[in-house]
Design a protein. Structure first.
Length: 371
């Protein structure tokens, strides 16, 4: 089942009465979530992720636009008739019911043709529990489970009606770091096994990048970029997207283009015939884009941090814009053997360097050695 959003917009009255007016939580979304994929909605808090999910589930009605499941227009269909499974940050299990009863609950509300026999319900509950690997816990109460197990129960409950789409809103946020890692792998596995089109909301780029087939990066109700995680990382369309993805984060400098060269301060760091126009730009360099080989970019060496196989060179440069003031590059341990003194000079890997218009913060594309 693919999900198609057509010019989808949701406005709310501003909750801040002093400001008044409206908040555009979702602004003109026009994209397709492909069939059978795990797609991440990713962006900072307040960017409209939950609202988008609630529009897809039917919990919210759009101000404008339509939603399709395959060719079926579901915009006016009530939530309970859309065939969606929902999982939230809070597991919201019934504390007085066993795990089994919690998972069975959605089946007991089925009426008419959809009504199931006791045996059929029991079979479905067993299947859903097995899928999320909690079949041994069916007779326990939620309070007798770990957070990770409770979230598995919530996922089983969402899956028991074999939904057309599965919607997960920050499902890992209440778990500790170790369980978060483990449960995200579980979600990936369950999605692969069931092949249900799944939308996964998170503000954690690492989480989205690691398990999603595709990510949709959002900001202030706008869809900024959509694509496979690696493609978006390698080819960000805007400074916002470049900064949002990657740990350690991308290093951003003020710079300029002039006479076929890209400058950081006075240092000409790359040459390209595409850079003849004189303009101020932001230069964003991935940590893995630096080579400490005596190249043109001069930085003040602060320290070297060992990270195992790789090392991080921590340095400074007056044109660097990062809040910490510390440039972080990641290089292999061998390449720092000859580093000494208080200067480090880098050359840059061109495909790890992105430049953005100083005003619009949109990408300016260039090819090294062109011209
Ligand atoms: P996210 O899930 O990405 O954190 P939300 O979708 O919850 O973001 O919210 C997007 C914007 O819409 C925010 O500015 C939020 O304050 C506003 N908003 C969400 N729900 C409501 C509501 N029911 N009434 C008024 N404003 C809302
Ligand atoms: Mg939210």
């Amino acid at each position: 089942m693919k999900i198609v959003l057509k010019n989808l917009t949701k406005k709310f009255p501003n909750m801040d009465k002093k400001q008044g007016g409206e908040v555009i939580a979702v602004n003109d979304f026009d994209f397709e979530i492909p069939d059978g994929k795990l797609v991440g909605l990713l962006g900072p808090s307040g960017c409209g992720k939950s609202t988008t999910l609630n529009l897809i589930s039917g919990l919210e009605k759009p101000t404008e636009g339509r939603i399709f499941f395959d060719d079926e227009d579901v915009t006016d269909l009530p939530a309970q008739e859309r065939g969606v499974g929902l999982v939230f940050q809070s597991y919201a299990l019934y504390p007085h019911m066993t795990v089994e009863a919690n998972i069975r609950f959605p089946l007991e509300n089925l009426r008419g043709d959809a009504k199931l026999s006791k045996e059929e319900m029991a079979k479905r509950v067993r299947e859903a529990a097995a899928l999320v690997q909690i079949d041994g816990l069916l007779l326990r109460k939620p309070s007798e489970l770990s957070g990770g197990q409770q979230q598995r129960v919530a996922i089983a409950r969402a899956l028991v009606k074999t939904p057309r789409v599965l919607l997960l809103d920050e499902p890992l946020s209440n778990l500790d770091a170790r369980l978060r890692l483990q449960t995200r792998e579980e979600i990936r596995r369950i999605q692969k096994e069931t092949n249900i089109t799944t939308v996964f909301v998170t503000h954690d780029q690492d989480e989205a990048m690691s398990i999603c087939d595709m990510i949709v990066v959002m900001k202030d109700g706008e869809m900024m970029q959509m694509g496979r995680p690696q493609d978006v990382y390698d080819d960000p369309a805007s400074l916002f997207v470049a900064k949002f993805l990657g740990t350690p984060p991308i290093n951003v400098f003020e710079g300029k283009t002039s006479g076929g060269k890209l400058f950081i301060g006075q240092d000409p760091v790359l040459s390209s015939g595409d850079l003849n126009t004189e303009r101020d730009v932001f230069v964003a360099i991935r940590p893995e884009g630096f080579r400490p080989d005596g190249g043109p970019l001069s930085c003040k060496l602060e320290r070297i941090e060992v990270m195992g196989r790789d090392v991080s060179i921590v340095s400074k440069n007056p044109a660097f814009t990062g809040e910490t003031g510390l440039i972080r590059s990641i290089v292999d341990a061998d390449s720092v053997r000859d580093l000494h003194g208080d200067e480090v000079r880098f050359s840059l890997k061109p495909h790890k360097v992105f430049i953005f218009d100083k005003n619009t913060q949109e990408r300016i594309r260039f090819e090294v050695g062109n011209g």
